[in-house]
Every structure is written in C-alpha cells, then in structure tokens.
Design a protein. Sequence first.
Length: 236
Amino acid sequence: PTLRGFTSRTVADCMIFENKIYREWVVADTTAILQQLGLDVQAYAERIAKVAFDKGMVSLDIGENRHQIGQYPPEAEADMSLAANDLERHTLRWMHDVFNRKMLGQIAQVYAPTVQYHGPLMAELYGVASVIHQTLGLIGSLPDAAFTPQHICTTPCEEGGDKVAVRWILEGHHIGYGILNHLGAPTGKRVQIMGITHFHYKNGKIVDEWRVYDEASALVQVKLAQMADKPAAMLG
C-alpha cells in the first residue's frame, strides 16, 4: 500500500433489466491511477502480462484487425446500424471519417472553438487544437488501426443540448509514435483498445468531451506479445 490518494476517471456502459445490471463494460484510466500512486507503470504491465503468459495466453484481444498494412482503404461510409436518431448518425459519421479515414479536418467542423476536453492521464485541455492533438496522437501510435463503434446512446442534458455516449474499439499495430508514450518505440505488436467517449452537444457543436481509454492495457498487450516471441526465438 502506498497510502496515497488518487482520482480515477472511469466510465461504465451497463445493460439493465428490471433494475438489475446483467452486462457491463468498464473503462478505467489505470495508467493515471498508477502514476498518482507513484507506481511503476512498466513493472505493473510486466507483472500482469507474466500472469497471463504463465496461463498459456499469448493475446488478450479477440477478433481480426480490419485494417492490415497494404490492404484496401476503409469504407467510404460509416455503419449507421447502431444509430437511433439524427444526432447519433451524425456522430458515427464524423467519428468514422476522423478515426478510419483520417480526415482530421472534420474536428474543427463539429467541435465548438471553446470546447473543453477531459482525457486520459487526467488531461484537462481547451480548444479545437487540443482535441486534434490528442486524436492525432492516438492515431499516430496505431496508424493502421480500425475504429469500430459498439454502442451509442443519447440523453437530453439539463445544461441544454444533448449528451451522446459512444463505446468503441480501436485495433491495430503499434507501428508509430504518438501519445501512448508508455509503449515506447514502435514494436509492431497488435493492440486493441476499448474506449468510451461522452460528447456534450449544444447548438450543433461539441462543447465538452470526456474520453477514457487505458494505456496500461495496451502496454500489457505489447509485453505479452513480446513474451510470446521469446520461446520462438529460442527454438530458432
């Protein structure tokens, strides 16, 4: 125990039936917690990866990466099957353009100039340029990543406007330099990140964004893949 206090930015997406939660997706910024507690993020990830590796696991994610190096470009249009209204369709459309088609110019069109950004590592930033920087930095770490929304919902906001929540998956390879600094130099390892983002729309523009994903989880995946490489290297 470190006896230190910490603040955790965490979002849960829950499915509820008759006032009982029967399925839940939780995204917590573990990296921020570790740093506030004064713990070594690398050592933590190494320990978690070693436990998984000793159980015979060589990967923590599931599914296939939709974007492989040298393959076809992403779809021109976003999948709207999750959307229930025009605002959700608008959100899925521009997120597809930004994260899959790398059309970062869309950000200036959908965010208010005075947007407040609340991101991983307890980041508190201001303005469109900050959102572009954070988004470009995430994409930069996983340049071939495919963005897939998994759930979207909307609720009216007492402060005016509407809030939209999106649970998403970003999966690709660690082949670039970006804001996932704990991953170090590009390793080429496959990484899957689950994130949840809350947008507050007022007068057609995003005035607040809360973005949560866990860099420590990505680091565990990289270290696990590196552990899996070692026996193969020894056999060779």
